[in-house]
Design a protein around this ligand. Structure first.
Ligand code: CDP
Length: 134
C-alpha cells in the first residue's frame, strides 16, 4: 500500500538493446488489444519489487531483477495506483504465457506503433527518454 492507503499495481519496464518490451492484453474485454507494461497487483505480504519479479515470471516466463522506480504514480480508480519499475532480464526469453497474446520490443522511434493503456503512457515516455539519452 502507498502512504495514502492505495493498493499498488506494479508494472515492469523491461529493456534490451535500446528497446522496451510492450505486451498486448487479452483481458478484461474493455482492455483487450491495448498494450501495457507487464505487471499486476501487489499481493499481501509482498513488496512492489517482489510483485514485479513474480508477475514477469508468471506472465512472460523470465527471471528479472528490479533496477529502479520511475518517479510518479497514476491513479487507476477503485483505490489502486500504478507504479512502474525498470527491470533487467536475468534469464529466459519473454513469451506471452498469461494475460497477453503478443509481445513487441519497441525502440523510441516506434513507441507510438501500439495503443498503450492511458495510464502507462507517462512511464513509457520516461523510459523512452532514458533510452534516447543512453
Ligand atoms: O493480474 P492482476 O489482477 O494482478 O492485475 P492486472 O489485471 O494486470 O492489472 C490490474 C489493472 O491495472 C488492470 O485492469 C489495468 O487497468 C491496470 N494496469 C495498467 O493500467 N497498466 C499496467 N501496466 C498494468 C495494469
Amino acid at each position: 500500500m502507498t502512504e495514502n492507503g492505495a493498493r499498488i499495481v506494479a508494472g515492469g519496464a523491461l529493456t534490451r538493446d535500446g528497446a522496451l518490451l510492450a505486451a498486448r492484453r487479452t483481458r478484461p474485454a474493455g482492455l483487450a488489444g491495448r498494450w501495457e507494461l507487464p505487471g499486476g497487483k501487489v499481493e499481501p505480504g509482498e513488496t512492489p519489487e517482489e510483485a514485479v519479479v513474480r508477475e514477469l515470471r508468471e506472465e512472460l516466463g523470465v527471471e528479472a531483477r528490479v533496477r529502479d522506480r520511475i518517479p510518479g504514480e497514476w491513479a487507476l480508480g477503485r483505490g489502486y495506483v500504478l507504479q512502474v519499475w525498470t527491470v533487467r532480464l536475468v534469464s529466459g526469453r519473454p513469451r506471452p504465457l498469461e494475460d497477453h497474446d503478443e509481445l513487441r520490443w519497441l525502440p523510441p522511434d516506434r513507441v507510438d506503433e501500439v495503443d498503450w493503456l492511458e495510464l502507462d503512457r507517462p512511464a513509457v515516455a520516461e523510459v523512452m527518454r532514458r533510452l534516447r539519452a543512453a
